[in-house]
Design a protein around this ligand. Structure first.
Ligand code: ADP
Ligand code: MG
Length: 252
């Protein structure tokens, strides 16, 4: 007969911290409600799994650097009549496109919700178990440039492989200078058909030659990005402007 006083130690050794914490409380409930042994064990296992899942979500959310609160639920689709909520719902809730390493491009003028929607899709995919990393494109480009100078660009690119989706916010803010552009191109080439990119931009493709060093690189980058991609164009008034005007109107 095993010794139940050893249970906390045994459970910890098996890396089951929630079971170690809950077994006694749940035993009380089980006795009261007359559960069978296997029901009790199943309930304990369920608690361990639920706790593990919630820790995983927390960890992935933190690592993603996604802006908090920017969810689809918080998005007012009435302000963007040309957007189909179902399309966005599918991109946020259906992991198929990410598993196929497809890309998503969100274009539109400033303040119309590009970053918000990109983040909302990221949140949705994390909930579905995918790994996501959100970054202003300029910040990532700077990191990659440093890595390149230190001759560790391949490692830096490989480190991003663990993310199923990389959100490059505001690609148009990257301005061409030899170094910058080539690391951005190398990133795009590296992700091609192996990992998804979600890119937001104020500028349509016609102005991407301001980002990349020369026309050939611009064409090659666009080619790879759009090969398997969904493109969403937001036509709306700036939400920032709209809300500040509404506030002003309410005050007068
Ligand atoms: P963009 O990236 O296109 O410049 P943002 O996504 O940063 O725009 O949006 C600007 C601000 O307005 C953010 O605080 C965002 O949450 C909010 N916003 C924009 N569009 C909407 C919308 N349709 N519904 C709710 N909030 C919105
Ligand atoms: Mg933005």
């Amino acid at each position: 007969m095993a010794d139940s006083t050893a249970l906390p130690t045994l459970l910890k050794a098996l890396r089951l911290p929630t079971m170690a914490e809950q077994w006694e409380t749940l035993q009380g409930e089980a006795l009261q409600a007359n559960w069978g042994f296997s029901d009790y064990l199943a309930a304990l296992c369920e608690q361990e799994l639920a706790e593990r899942e919630s820790r995983r979500l927390d960890r992935h959310l933190k690592q993603s650097q996604l802006p908090l609160g920017k969810t689809l639920r918080a998005f007012d689709f009435e302000a963007c009549p040309n957007l189909n909520p179902a399309t966005l719902g599918q991109l946020a809730g259906d992991v198929g496109w990410v598993e196929r390493a497809e890309n998503l491009l969100i274009f539109g003028p400033s303040g119309v919700g590009k970053t918000h929607l990109a983040a909302a899709i990221g949140h949705g995919l994390i909930d579905k178990g995918k790994r996501v990393y959100f970054t202003p494109t300029t910040a990532l480009v700077q990191q990659l440039q440093t890595a390149k100078r230190e001759l560790r660009l391949p490692e830096a690119l490989a480190k991003l492989d663990k993310y199923h989706l990389l959100i490059l916010d505001d690609i148009g803010y990257v301005k061409k200078s030899e170094g910058e552009t080539s690391v951005l191109f190398e990133l795009i080439a590296h992700r091609y058909e192996t990992g998804s990119l979600l890119i937001t931009s104020n500028h349509p493709f016609s102005q991407w030659d301001a980002i990349f060093a020369d026309e050939m690189m611009t064409v090659a980058a666009i080619d790879r990005v759009v090969h398997h991609a969904t493109i969403i164009e937001i036509q709306a008034e700036s939400y920032r402007k709209r809300t500040s005007m509404q506030r002003r109107a309410a005050m007068t």
